[in-house]
Design a protein around this ligand. Structure first.
Ligand code: ACM
Length: 694
């Protein structure tokens, strides 16, 4: 983590800017700056406004190339700083030595005469310029104006990222550039490209042409149809008329790297290993444990040829990407074939590795040595800790925060990207109102609420939290428009989480700014989620429900599942209702013989008018509505009287639905037995949140 340091402004300048009006201005900028002071008057930006800088050489050229993509006066070339007398925008690199603490800090002073951006680095100047652009308004006559203001700003974290999965659905070079324009505008500085996965290899490697002649193409464009279809997840030749997919040539990558650099974005390549590599093993089956294509997802770690391949690939990747970090994946290895593969077994014996986790760790260590020898650092998903973390590795924590916490406590850097707050492929609003997503529920407010420094860390440890990233996996995102829909505006919340001081954050204020940003993004040709029409949380989940069974004891005649225990024994009578996702700690899951069977004790004979419970269906992870519900009552806890038996024809076409199963009438009882079972044809889970008795 970067410590906050603010260049102190002089007393004179401070006196020129009265506080008070700062709110209106701050409301225009995402992420919210550290300090904003309103001044007097208005600066008009016209075609005659001069753009001046003291930057020289490559830095000047880089800025000029970027400015050329903006409208006048920004695209008119940079004049010498000496010319910044009258109507001008001055970008001035200060004498201050650039340090880790001020590497991206800037000040911006706007007076009716001019706008001056000062920073110790060209990155700081770039971010000052983004703030100026965001503060610029267009009046009724079409003039561009900026209210006089003084801004002092510095980021909370050095690493502020987005991950884009271009394997599941390939995205054009132009699309990637367009996203970088927006990322830079909101002061994000890392774009992590998930370039390889079972759905397609996306980068030209000269030494292994089959990766892009074959492993980059499939006969079906839409991942969901390809993955679940009857054809069996096959690849095809590039010249096959059915071929869908694509890859970046090495020239494309160089172009993207250059485009990113001009926007102070580092492109981080991810090359998956040892798992998620079905496509490689179809093209080069000799790298799998049995030598067969279409059989494995994991490389054979016992085979030296695997290391030769990975090092060759990484050597070409390092030639293309200047990034300090090379991401090597490392997630979700099945490791099953390693247990019986003679080569893997021999490796384990020779290297004294006690299990397959240590075998994975052996691979990661070896790759780290290779990357370090080339002056690069290894970055991987949190599974790289299993079997022992490589000595210099940085961990990207996605399965919650534990991986990040453990990495930091062991002295490693961590980047936080927990699926609970950072996985932008989940639903961002009521599922019925949204295009099909992978599941979950991650509204803008929840992304915004994230604090990348877990409470479990002390101040010293917290410094090893390098930053935060939003991840866009694209299994369920077949089009570029839908990609943007999932990214925006949630990545703006990531930007503010990553950049702004928590003391400056307010969701209500951010929401107002995000509404405006959504309109601006639309004007620029993006396809954001329409925040102004957000439905929000499931109404039932907003306030606890009061009813006759509240806090009454529940006996489980069949156990709930420990992974989806919610609030344990109290869960079904705690008044707390579930939200749009079954993994929110309010829904309780049952998979044991696919049934829920509980008895609620009202602790006294009670007049009852209704008994009901809600269920959720999410077809992807096999969470189904019950096919049958039986509700019975008893006065003594022994003899039960059936009140109702409800049948329901479960329809798999309902990707996400909610349904209430209940009885209404008049009865008197102390015990209530509620049974629900999944349909025989589907099996799977049933989930409920509360047994409501009135
Ligand atoms: C991941 O989501 N498998 C990193």
């Amino acid at each position: 983590m970067k410590r906050r340091t603010i260049t102190l402004c002089t007393l004179l300048l401070a006196a020129l800017f009265a506080a008070g009006g700062s709110k209106a201005q701050a409301q225009q900028v995402i992420p919210v700056p550290q300090k904003v002071e309103q001044g007097e008057g208005v600066f008009r930006i016209t075609g005659a406004t001069a753009l001046c800088t003291n930057l020289k050489g490559k830095e000047k050229k880089m800025l000029e190339t970027y400015l050329a993509t903006l409208p006048a006066p920004y695209n008119q070339g940079l004049k010498s700083a000496k010319k910044a007398r009258g109507n001008s925008i001055l970008l001035e690199k200060t004498e201050t030595a650039p340090t880790a603490d001020n590497a991206e800090s800037y000040t911006l002073e706007v007076t009716p005469r001019q706008a001056v951006i000062r920073a110790a680095t060209d990155a700081g100047l770039f971010y000052g310029l983004q703030t100026l652009l965001q503060l610029t308004a267009t009046d009724a006559a079409g003039n561009r104006t900026v209210q006089a203001v003084r801004v002092e700003d510095t980021p909370r974290f050095a690493y502020r990222g987005l991950m884009l999965d271009v394997s599941r659905h390939f995205r054009s070079k132009e699309f990637v550039k367009k996203q970088m324009d927006a990322l830079a505008h909101y002061k994000l500085n890392r774009l992590h490209l998930h370039l390889t996965d079972g759905a397609g290899w996306r980068i030209e490697i000269k030494k292994y042409p089959r990766l892009t002649e074959f492993a980059a193409w499939r006969p079906e464009a839409v991942w969901k149809k390809w993955w679940f279809g009857s054809e069996g997840r096959k690849y095809c030749e590039q010249d096959d008329p059915r071929a869908q997919g694509g890859f970046y040539t090495q020239d494309d990558i160089r172009e993207l790297v250059e485009y990113a650099a001009r926007r102070h974005i580092t492109l981080i390549p991810e090359i998956e290993m040892p798992a998620h590599s079905e496509e490689v093993l179809a093209a080069y089956p000799e790298l799998s444990c049995t030598g067969e294509p279409y059989k494995h997802a994991d490389f054979c770690v016992g085979n030296e040829a695997t290391f030769a391949f990975l090092e060759d690939v990484l050597a070409e990747v390092m030639e293309l990407f200047p990034s300090e970090y090379i991401h090597i994946g490392g997630d979700e290895a099945g490791k099953a074939a390693w247990k019986t593969c003679p080569k893997c077994q021999k490796r384990m014996k020779d290297e004294n590795l006690k299990d397959v986790n240590e075998l994975q760790s052996y691979l990661i260590h070896r790759i780290e040595v290779f990357l370090n020898a080339h002056g690069r650092k290894l970055l991987g998903w949190d599974e790289i800790m299993e079997g022992g973390l490589a000595p210099n590795a940085t961990v990207m924590s996605w399965r919650g925060e534990e991986g990040g916490i453990n990495a930091v406590k062991a002295g490693h850097r961590a980047i936080m990207t927990p699926s609970s707050h950072c996985y932008l492929d989940g639903y961002q609003d009521a599922p019925a109102s949204q295009p099909e997503a992978i599941g979950g529920y991650l509204p803008l407010s929840k992304v915004y609420s994230y604090n990348p420094i877990p409470a479990a860390l002390n101040e010293e440890e917290a410094k090893l939290i390098y930053g935060v990233q939003g991840n866009l996996w694209t299994e369920y995102i077949p089009t570029e428009e839908q990609c943007e829909y999932m990214i925006y505006p949630r990545i703006l919340a990531v930007a503010e989480v990553a950049w702004s001081d928590p003391a400056r954050k307010s969701y209500a204020d951010f929401h107002a700014r995000a509404l405006k940003a959504v309109e601006q993004l639309k004007q620029k040709g993006y396809h954001p989620f329409d925040l102004k029409n957000e439905i929000g949380d499931r109404p039932e989940s907003v306030t606890p429900v009061s009813h006759l069974a509240l806090n009454k004891p529940v006996t489980y005649n069949a156990p709930f599942n420990q992974t989806y225990a919610a609030q344990g024994d109290k869960s079904l009578t705690d008044g707390r209702r579930g939200n749009w996702t079954y993994s929110d700690g309010a829904w309780q899951g049952f998979i044991s013989r696919n049934r829920l069977d509980v008895t609620v004790d009202l602790e006294a004979e009670t007049d009852i008018r209704s008994i009901s419970a809600d269920f959720i269906q999410v077809v992807g992870p096999e969470v189904f509505l019950p096919a049958e519900v039986i509700i019975s009552v008893s006065t003594d806890g022994t003899d039960y009287r059936e009140l109702t038996r409800i049948s329901h024809r479960v329809d798999k076409a309902d990707a996400i639905v909610f349904k209430n199963y209940g009885w209404q009438g008049e009865t008197k009882a102390r015990y209530i037995r509620y049974q629900a079972r999944a349909g025989k044809e589907f099996g799977g889970w049933v989930f409920t949140d509360e047994i409501v008795v009135q």
